[in-house]
Design a protein around this ligand. Structure first.
Ligand SMILES: [Zn+2]
Length: 360
């Protein structure tokens, strides 16, 4: 699968060609330059909070006046999905093993010594890295091990240039109430820097994501996600939830170059990579819930039915329907997904504590 959309450059007319990052697909082909952290699996949207989501009152999120104190480290740990660190650890170990094995076998093959030399070594490398088992495969492996991180860096900087070139930055003057939210959440999350938030349109795509360059992270909100909630519904809570979710990816260190490098090759692991991604999403939903003090169900409904209709959804009925979405093929579908399927995601939000269900 490819990570980028490369819309054709010709006859774009009004719209400049862009190499839009695929928001959310972890475990994809290589340079995952970007948005492992998009809010929504494919076409996120977000929307207003309708009142029917039950009495959600997360601890430590008073809704009255006065600044809410920052989260403690303990609170942040409790928000993180219980499987996230174990899965990440497995991925890192696998990543290290792949790199070490590829390096060692290539070096041995280069000097034509050791048990993994020549054709057999190259074949093993082929199994791991998908490289042609040719006599000089070890050279290709070295090139890939060095070249892929460089390619990843190149890509993330290119994306950064794209978003700066084609976005409005949210500031004290541009959408000041949103800027205040970003500042407040940065404080409550104990972030040293307030991340920059860019607003851009991508031809109707509904999404938001956090991403990175070296030592800096930023958030991109896509206009379609933003404008309906902001203009039509005056639904700041849903916008806040989306922003909170993306800032949580930054605070929990998902959106960093080092994090992506640490699991770069482990993304080839078919089940674990997606499970880790789903765990990250649960973690960030939980953080956003506690930042906003709302269930977060309405922005999810917008992802399901779109930016206008989510207001019309009967939440109770939908939740009842969520319990019915199960069975073998639902299990398989969820297993392959980078984000929890919506019924599971919403059920986790309804519980307002603990960890969402990764598999069953
Ligand atoms: Zn996310």
């Amino acid at each position: 699968m490819s990570d980028m959309n490369h819309p054709s450059n010709d006859d774009q007319g009004f719209v400049p060609a862009s190499f839009t990052p695929q928001p959310l697909t972890p475990g994809g082909a290589f340079p995952q330059a970007q948005t492992q952290n998009a809010f929504a699996p494919q076409a996120p949207a977000f929307a207003p909070q309708t009142p029917s989501s039950g009495a959600f009152a997360p601890a430590g999120t008073p809704r009255t006046s006065g600044p809410v104190p920052p989260f403690t480290e303990r609170e942040l740990r409790s928000f993180r999905h219980s499987a996230e660190i174990p899965l990440y650890t497995i991925m890192v170990v696998f990543n290290v093993l792949v790199v070490a094995f590829a390096l060692i076998s290539s070096i041995l093959a280069f000097f034509d010594i050791g048990p993994l030399t020549g054709k057999s070594g190259a074949m093993i490398n082929e199994l791991i890295l998908g490289i042609q088992a040719e006599a000089d495969a070890h050279i290709e492996i070295i090139v890939i091990l060095i070249g892929l991180p460089i390619l990843l860096l190149f890509t993330v900087y290119l994306y950064y240039a794209q978003y700066r070139a084609n976005s409005i930055r949210i500031t004290e003057k541009n959408f000041p109430e949103i800027y205040e939210v970003v500042e407040d959440y940065a404080r409550r999350l104990g972030m040293k820097n307030v991340p920059k938030v860019y607003l851009t349109q991508e031809n109707g795509l509904l999404n938001a994501f956090s991403t990175y360059i070296l030592r800096r992270q930023y958030v991109v909100l896509l206009t379609d996600l933003f404008e309906v909630a902001y203009l039509e519904h005056h639904d700041l809570d849903s916008i806040k939830f989306i922003i909170g979710h993306e800032m949580a990816h930054i605070r929990l260190k998902h959106a960093t170059f080092s994090y992506q490098m640490s699991i770069l090759f482990a993304n080839y692991l078919p089940i674990i990579g997606n499970a880790l991604s789903r765990a990250r999403e649960y973690s960030c939903d939980r953080v956003a819930q506690h930042l906003v003090g709302k269930s977060g169900i309405e922005p999810m409904l917008a992802l399901v039915v779109g930016k206008h209709l989510y207001k019309k959804v009967d939440v109770e009925d939908y939740v009842k329907h969520c319990h019915e979405v199960r069975g073998f093929f639902v299990f398989i579908y969820n297993l392959m997904a980078s984000h929890p399927i919506m019924p599971k995601r919403i059920q986790a939000l309804l519980r307002d504590h603990g960890s969402g269900r990764l598999f069953f």
